[in-house]
Design a protein. Structure first.
Length: 160
């Protein structure tokens, strides 16, 4: 049944103007599977698309703290990227900066360790003027090794 919910939600992602149906469907699914991490992240994504930032933040925080993932089932389409980007942005928009930084740092330490997360974390560190933390992120950034000194100067200037 959970796999069927995933399939229906993934199918609706390709359907224009299906956000009401998606929200109703994900809420129905959460009634049956209240701690499913993918459903909670999907709910956070749908709520953030509607600019319901506080509710989206709660959905993501619940997914982060209590969410369970069934490894036998396929992942929801487009969720892996949304799972990293949107929760941090939602927490930042609701003023929960410390929670956003904690979430981003925790996700960045995971084995996937995407460059995309590194960029978002760098942006938050610069915005908070956490120069040492931002410069530490630059050290392991392989795709920009030739521009590392230029990036270091840009990060210092932006932090100031």
């Amino acid at each position: 049944m959970l796999e069927a919910y995933y399939g229906m939600l993934s199918t609706l992602d390709a359907t224009p103007d299906a956000s009401d149906t998606q929200v109703a469907l994900v809420l129905e699914a959460i009634d049956t599977y209240p701690l499913d991490g993918q459903l909670l992240c999907a709910l956070g994504g749908y709520l953030s698309q509607r600019s319901m930032w506080e509710l989206a933040a709660r959905a993501y925080q619940t997914a982060s703290e209590f969410g369970q993932v069934n490894p036998e089932l396929p992942h929801l389409a487009r969720l892996s990227r949304r799972h990293h980007l949107v929760p941090g942005n939602v927490l930042l928009r609701t003023g929960l900066v410390a929670d956003a930084v904690s979430l981003l740092e925790r996700e960045f330490q995971a084995p996937s360790r995407s460059e995309w997360l590194r960029r978002q974390l760098l942006e938050v560190y610069v915005h908070q003027a956490r120069l040492d933390a931002a410069l530490t992120l630059l050290v392991g950034w392989p795709e920009h090794s030739a521009l590392r000194e230029t990036l270091r100067k840009a990060v210092r200037g932006a932090s100031l």
